[in-house]
Write a protein that binds this ligand. Structure first.
Ligand code: SF4
Length: 438
């Protein structure tokens, strides 16, 4: 197992990349999310102006872009280290020949979101929750995205939104609505508000969660106007996606801070990605970076078998190893739950190292493995018989009635002969040499 205990490094912001690639951009432009959005690197020509793209690579990437869109904000692009061909930011943002190589492997909709969709754009998988895809637009099109199939620049129509909201209103079991996409925060604040206001007016909707990657890819979007609007519709939760410690920049931290100050809990849902974060050390730096930003590491998702993203997938054993290298070696609060989204829409299945070695319910005995490999025997609670309490009462009565024995004498008697209470008293069960449960 790799060492995950090294000190975390604070990652630099993208200021060097900004100076290198966008030297003429003013602060006002750079900090304006609309400027960032308008100036996304979204074509191979844009890309070739910034980094070297070999001619043969260009031909393959042209094919990739026929299938899967590209867009990267200047901010996120500025985090790339141009001297590292395997830079984790670049791997997530810039199309690669692997997407062409693996174009026929995987599923367009591995989670069967469309099959579980009672109305277009809404997925109803769990009894009390629904997912609303309110837009197909993202600030950045992540190369590993589960919804690569809907990478295009369109928001759901007003009629689609009407149908989704009508479904939620008519389905009284729904208490939690996830507003996602695409990325809802690419929409105008007023449009987001129209959706939230209507959802909040539905009495059985208790919680609204927004899924967004903008705090990571376009942190400028988390402005005061957005936060002021969001906090009118509490309880609002925000789920974000940071996958590498380099993404935990001062800009991202400030964006998360603005959300948190608006009373919005921010939880992170990382994706385990080969060549990005599939080693314990990187993952530990990431979760510590998140904790410093007061963002809770919530889930670590096994990368879905989505078409065009096979090169990002890792064996399940790798994820188990990574989580095993975190649990016990850092605060439990920082350890995300590693989950596989079961193929075919089965929902999230939590997995991890095996800490429960065996359990014998008859004997009330469990064998556990501690985080460091030591083995422990643990017993279920013992239940004492009510007869033991009755024994105490009659013994007390007999003593009071006789009125002869001294207190010291009674104590000695109880100690020597063993009282009724002793019968039921919990006897510590010694942890015998550990044996497997029957
Ligand atoms: S921001 Fe989310 S929905 Fe958009 S491309 Fe990235 S992972 Fe997919």
């Amino acid at each position: 197992m790799e060492d995950a205990t090294s000190d975390c490094e604070r990652p630099p912001s993208g200021s060097e990349g900004r100076r290198r690639w966008f030297p003429k951009v003013s602060d006002a432009e750079w900090n304006d999310w609309r400027w960032q959005f308008r100036n996304r690197i979204s074509s191979l020509d844009d890309l070739a102006r910034l980094v070297t793209v070999a001619k043969d690579e260009l031909a393959v990437l042209t094919e990739v872009l026929r299938d899967f869109k590209m867009a990267v904000t200047p901010y996120y692009f500025s985090l790339i280290d141009p001297s590292d061909p395997n830079d984790p930011i670049r791997r997530q943002a810039v199309p690669s020949a692997d997407e062409y190589l693996y174009r026929n492997i995987g599923d367009d909709d591995p989670l069967h979101e469309e099959a579980l969709s009672p109305v277009p754009g809404l997925t109803h998988r769990y009894p009390d929750r629904v997912l609303m895809v309110v837009t197909n637009v993202c600030a950045m099109y992540c190369r590993h995205c589960t919804r690569k199939r809907i990478m295009c620049e369109s928001a759901a129509s007003e009629a689609d939104i009407d149908r989704m909201i009508a479904y939620v209103a008519a389905t009284r079991t729904v208490r939690d609505v996830i507003v996602s996409g695409g990325d809802p925060f690419t929409m105008a604040t007023e449009r987001i508000e129209r959706i939230l206001r209507r959802l909040r007016a539905i009495p059985h909707v208790e919680v609204i969660r927004v899924g967004t990657r903008t705090p990571c890819t376009l942190p400028q979007r988390i402005d005061n106007a957005l936060c002021d609007m969001l906090q009118k519709y509490h309880p609002i939760w925000v789920n974000v996606q940071f996958n590498h410690p380099k993404e935990c920049t001062p800009e991202a931290a400030a964006a998360c801070d603005r959300l948190l100050r608006a009373g919005i809990p921010v939880n992170n849902q990382s994706v385990l990605l080969k060549g990005v974060n599939d080693d314990p050390r990187t993952m530990k730096e990431l979760i510590h970076g998140l904790m410093r930003m007061r963002v809770r590491p919530y889930y670590l998702f096994q990368c879905d078998p989505v078409r065009g993203a096979e090169h990002f997938r890792t064996p399940v054993a790798r994820g188990i190893e990574i989580v095993g290298a975190l649990r016990g070696y850092t605060s439990g609060l920082a350890v995300p739950t590693y989950v596989i989204d079961a193929p075919g829409g089965g929902g999230k299945v939590p997995i991890g190292p095996q800490y429960l070695l065996c359990s014998d319910p008859k004997e009330g005995r469990t064998i556990l493995r501690g985080y460091d490999g030591r083995i422990f025997e643990y017993f279920d609670p013992q239940s004492l018989s009510g007869a033991a309490l009755a024994g105490v009462a009659s013994e007390e009565a007999a003593q009071t009635g006789a009125g002869q024995a001294s207190a010291a004498g009674v104590a000695a008697e109880k100690s020597d002969a063993g009282s009724a209470a002793d019968v039921g008293r919990a006897k510590p069960r010694k942890a015998a040499a550990t044996k497997a449960c029957r």
